[in-house]
Ligand binder design. Structure first.
Ligand code: NAG
Ligand code: NAG
Ligand code: NAG
Ligand code: NAG
Ligand code: NAG
Length: 468
C-alpha cells in the first residue's frame, strides 16, 4: 500500500487524538529535515552600531562628517535641496570613512536622483531628518520615471538613523489606474532603491507614503535590513513595503510594515532570503511572486520567514505565479507566524491574474518543498488554506506542521487543486485534500519541464484569481 496513504492515516489519528507528533513519510525524512533546518547565513551585527550618533563624533575621530547643510541645503521642506544632496554625495562618495549626514529637524526636498557608486568602502549614510519628494507627478523628471532615491554600485555601505524618507505619494495614488479606471496603467517611482550593491546595511529608517513601492533591493548581495518601518495607507495602490529582486543573501528583520500592497515581496532570481520578526498590516501579506508574468522565467529558492505577526491583511504567507511562466520556487519555510483576521492565511496561487482576463495556459512556475510550521490565528474567509496549483505543473511536497487557523464565526477548510504533500502534528483545518501520491508528482520535483505540446490545458477556468 502507498506509504503516503498510511502516513496520512497516521496523521489523522494523531489529530483525532490531539497528540502532536513528528512522523513523516520515510522517503521524505531527509527532505523534511532539510526544510526544517536550513538557514540563511547572517553576519555578525557588531559592525553596524559603531557608527551610531553621537559615537562617531567622539570615538571615531577618523570619520569625516559630510553634512548636507554645508552644501547649502536649506531643509525647510520648500526649497529645492537636490543640488546640495548631489554635491554632498560626490564628496562623501570619494572620501574614505565618510558619514553623509542628513541632520535632524531638517525637511529636505529632493528630486529624483541616482546616487552612484562605487564609493570608498565603509560609507555611512546617516539620515536623522526627513527627506521629502516633490508631490506633483507632472513635474517628475521623465528620465527617472521609476526612481526617487536610487543608490547604485555601492559596497560595504550603511544606511541608518531615525530619519524619514517620505515619498509624498498622494497624487500618484490618485492617478493610479487602480484608483481611477480612466487612467492608463503606468509605473510610479520607488522611494528607496538599492541596486547592484553588496554588503549593505539598512537600519532604523522610516520609509513612508511612497509613490509606488517603498524599498527595492535589486541585483544585490549580502544586504541586511533591520528595524525599518514602512508606512502607507491600506488603500494606497501597489505600495509594496520591501521588494527583493535578483538578490541573494538578504536578511530583513525586526521590521514593521503597514501598506497597501505586499509587506514584503520576493521575485525572480532571488535566493537565500531570510525574514525574521516581521509585523505586517494593513497590507497584502508576505509574498513570493508574482512570478512568470508574460511567459517569463521566475526562480526563487531558499526563503525563510521566521516569526511574524500579520494583522488584517488580505493574505498571510503567499506564493503567486502567473500562468504561462516557467522556472520554479523551491525550498521555502514559513514558521512561527501568528495571524489575526487575515483573509487568505496560507495561499499558493498559480492562477494569479492582476487584470481581468488571463487565458488558461499550460506552462507554469513549478512550486515544491514548501513548509508551513507553527502557524496559527484567525481568518476572515472560509478557505484558511488554499493550494491552487497548475494541472500540468502540480505543487509538490507541501508540508504542514502545527498549523491551527480558525474563523471566529464559522468553520474553515482547505482548498486544494493539483497539490501534493502531507501534514504532521496538528493541522487545522485538515489538509487531507493534498494528494499523497509520491509517484508522478514527487518525481517531477526536479523541475523537468514536460514538452509543452504534451501538456493539457487547465480545465478549470474559474480558478483564475484576480486581485486589485
Ligand atoms: C527639481 O524639480 C523641480 C520641479 O520639476 C525643477 O524645477 C528643479 O529644477 C529640479 N531641480 C534640479 C536640481 O534639477
Ligand atoms: C480620472 O482621470 C481622468 C482622466 O485623467 C480625469 O479627467 C478625472 O478627473 C479623474 N477622476 C478623478 C476622480 O480624479
Ligand atoms: C529571471 O532571472 C533569470 C536568471 O537571472 C533570467 O534569465 C530571467 O530573464 C529573469 N526573468 C525576468 C522576468 O526578469
Ligand atoms: C505566452 O505564450 C502563449 C502560449 O504560447 C501565447 O499564446 C501568448 O501570446 C504568450 N504571451 C506573451 C505575453 O508572450
Ligand atoms: C509559534 O509561533 C508563535 C508566534 O510567532 C511563537 O510565539 C511561539 O513561540 C512559536 N512556538 C514554538 C514552539 O516555536
Amino acid at each position: 500500500m502507498d506509504k503516503f496513504f498510511l502516513l496520512s492515516l497516521l496523521g489523522m489519528l494523531i489529530i483525532v487524538y490531539g497528540v502532536s507528533g513528528s512522523i513523516v513519510p520515510d522517503g521524505d525524512i531527509d527532505m523534511v529535515k532539510e526544510l526544517e533546518s536550513f538557514d540563511i547565513e547572517e553576519e555578525d551585527d557588531s559592525a553596524v552600531d559603531t557608527y551610531a550618533v553621537p559615537v562617531w563624533r567622539s570615538e571615531h575621530g577618523s570619520k569625516i562628517l559630510i553634512n548636507v547643510d554645508s552644501f547649502d541645503a536649506v531643509g525647510d521642506g520648500v526649497t529645492d535641496d537636490t543640488m546640495a544632496f548631489r554635491k554632498a554625495w560626490e564628496t562623501a562618495c570619494s572620501s574614505s570613512n565618510s558619514v553623509l549626514l542628513v541632520p535632524k529637524e531638517g525637511r529636505y526636498l529632493v528630486n529624483a536622483t541616482k546616487f552612484k557608486g562605487p564609493c570608498k568602502h565603509g560609507m555611512v549614510i546617516q539620515i536623522e531628518g526627513t527627506i521629502v519628494a516633490p508631490g506633483e507627478p507632472e513635474n517628475w523628471d521623465p528620465k527617472l520615471p521609476r526612481q526617487w532615491l536610487e543608490f547604485t554600485k555601492l559596497s560595504a555601505a550603511t544606511f541608518q538613523g531615525d530619519g524619514i524618507i517620505d515619498g509624498s505619494g498622494e497624487k500618484w495614488w490618485a492617478e493610479s489606474c487602480k484608483k481611477n479606471k480612466s487612467r492608463p496603467c503606468k509605473g510610479a517611482p520607488t522611494a528607496l532603491t538599492i541596486e547592484s550593491s553588496s554588503n549593505i546595511r539598512v537600519k532604523g529608517l522610516t520609509i513612508q507614503n511612497s509613490q509606488q513601492m517603498h524599498f527595492i533591493i535589486a541585483r544585490s548581495k549580502t544586504v541586511r535590513v533591520s528595524e525599518v518601518r514602512v508606512s502607507a495607507p491600506g488603500d494606497s495602490p501597489n505600495t509594496d513595503g520591501i521588494h527583493i529582486t535578483q538578490s541573494t543573501n538578504v536578511v530583513v528583520e525586526n521590521c514593521k510594515i503597514s501598506t497597501g500592497d505586499d509587506c514584503i515581496s520576493i521575485v525572480n532570481a532571488s535566493s537565500g532570503i531570510k525574514m525574521k520578526r516581521i509585523s505586517c498590516g494593513p497590507g497584502h501579506g508576505i509574498s513570493i511572486g508574482s512570478l512568470g508574468k508574460d511567459n517569463s522565467t521566475g526562480i526563487v529558492t531558499k526563503v525563510v520567514l521566521d516569526t511574524a505577526f500579520l494583522r488584517e491583511t488580505t493574505n498571510g504567507v503567499r506564493i503567486k505565479t502567473w500562468q504561462g511562466g516557467s522556472g520554479y520556487v523551491r525550498a521555502v519555510r514559513f514558521e512561527n507566524v501568528r495571524m489575526e483576521n487575515v483573509e487568505n492565511p496560507i495561499i499558493i496561487d498559480q492562477f494569479y491574474c492582476d487584470h481581468t482576463t488571463c487565458e488558461p495556459q499550460a506552462s507554469a512556475v513549478k512550486i515544491s518543498q514548501i513548509m508551513y510550521r507553527n502557524i496559527s490565528g484567525t481568518t476572515t474567509s472560509k478557505n484558511a488554506m488554499k493550494f491552487a496549483c497548475s494541472d500540468s505543473f502540480p505543487c509538490s511536497n507541501i508540508i504542514l506542521s502545527n498549523v491551527n487557523l480558525e474563523k471566529t464565526d464559522g468553520t474553515v477548510e482547505t482548498y486544494c487543486h493539483a497539490a501534493q504533500g502531507f501534514g504532521y502534528g496538528v493541522v487545522h483545518p485538515s489538509a487531507d485534500c493534498l494528494s499523497s501520491s509520491d509517484n508522478d508528482i514527487a518525481a517531477s520535483d526536479e523541475t523537468q519541464v514536460p514538452e509543452l505540446e504534451a501538456v493539457q490545458l487547465p480545465t478549470e477556468r474559474h480558478i483564475v484569481h484576480t486581485e486589485l
